[in-house]
Design a binder for this molecule. Structure first.
Ligand code: ADP
Ligand code: MG
Ligand code: ZN
Length: 272
């Protein structure tokens, strides 16, 4: 029997919205490269009594992107608190949209590997706050000589749209093409600067591999999916997926069982 291996890929893309202020407070969104904790207030720090007030511009940009992705747009906005306890989140919860995203059920056509147009289903697009950053060295030059780690909340509360695709992508090339289309779209619509190096467009890739009987098409085995983070270019996205697909294929071929897990792309070593 001959077997084929078919990659199954879905992307979650976080896009930083081109607003002047954060999602629920008046702090300036122009925080990049600024002194740590120079762009914070009681609102985005989550101090008791601070009241979140939605940035209407962020909602407008999210709706604009949702329409361009042929999504169904909700006529009211709902928000949820996603609680987690980690030092990059001073509030200990993120305001997001869980069950009722602003936009759902869209479509984006991409050029697939064989040159034909391929529809990729968009599961949803929702608004959410970004987290702060933990800085573990003085490598960025902002705190010269500092040896300790610190938390910088300037990015905390920044307006993001998260765009989630269905697992319709079948190769690293298609995933790259899809991400490039999303980037082109948000730039064209002035929804985001889409700059991956600055982190204004961040891609998490979910990947699994099906082992298929080449003659009958029957699925013989399907590896548990891995979610890969920390790719900061389209090339890195492609390389990380190539690496993961190889790892999944080898596991399937040898009968090893993989865990469902989240993995970090290491650019320097080319591994996850
Ligand atoms: P979670 O909430 O755990 O992130 P979701 O159901 O929201 O899970 O899925 C997140 C992403 O994973 C989506 O982009 C989806 O297309 C993708 N995905 C779901 N199942 C698979 C799979 N078996 N293989 C690869 N990607 C998948
Ligand atoms: Mg997810
Ligand atoms: Zn603020």
């Amino acid at each position: 029997m001959t077997v084929r291996y078919v990659p199954v890929i879905g992307l979650e893309i976080h896009v930083q919205l081109a607003t002047e202020s954060k999602l629920f407070c008046r702090c300036s969104a122009d925080y990049f490269g600024k002194a740590p904790n120079a762009h914070i207030c009681p609102g985005c720090m989550g101090l008791p009594g601070a009241m979140p007030i939605l940035n209407g511009r962020a909602a407008e940009l999210a709706v604009r992107a949702g329409i361009a992705l042929s999504c169904k747009i909700r006529d009211r906005l709902y928000f949820d608190r996603k609680h987690y306890f980690y030092a990059d989140l001073s509030k200990a919860y993120q305001i997001s949209q869980d069950g009722r995203p602003v936009a759902e059920g869209g479509l984006l056509k991409i050029r697939s590997d064989d040159g034909t147009l391929k529809p990729v289903r968009i599961t949803r697009l929702h608004l959410e706050e970004d987290a702060g950053k933990l800085v573990h060295s003085a490598a960025d030059g902002r705190l010269e000589g500092a040896e300790n780690s610190y938390a910088d909340y300037n990015r905390g509360g920044m307006a993001l749209a998260e765009i989630v695709s269905e697992p319709d992508l079948s190769s690293p090339g298609e995933a790259r093409e899809y991400a490039a289309r999303i980037r082109q779209l948000v730039r064209y619509l002035a929804v985001s600067d889409g700059d991956m190096e600055k982190g204004s467009l961040r891609v998490d890739a979910n990947v699994s591999v099906k082992q298929v009987d080449a003659d009958t098409g029957e699925v013989l085995a399907w590896s548990a999916r891995a979610e890969v983070k920390n790719m900061n270019s389209l090339r890195a996205l492609e390389r990380a997926l190539e690496y993961e697909i190889r790892r999944h294929r080898e596991a399937l071929a040898s009968g090893e069982r993989l865990e469902r897990e989240t993995r970090h792309w290491n650019e320097a070593e080319g591994v996850t």
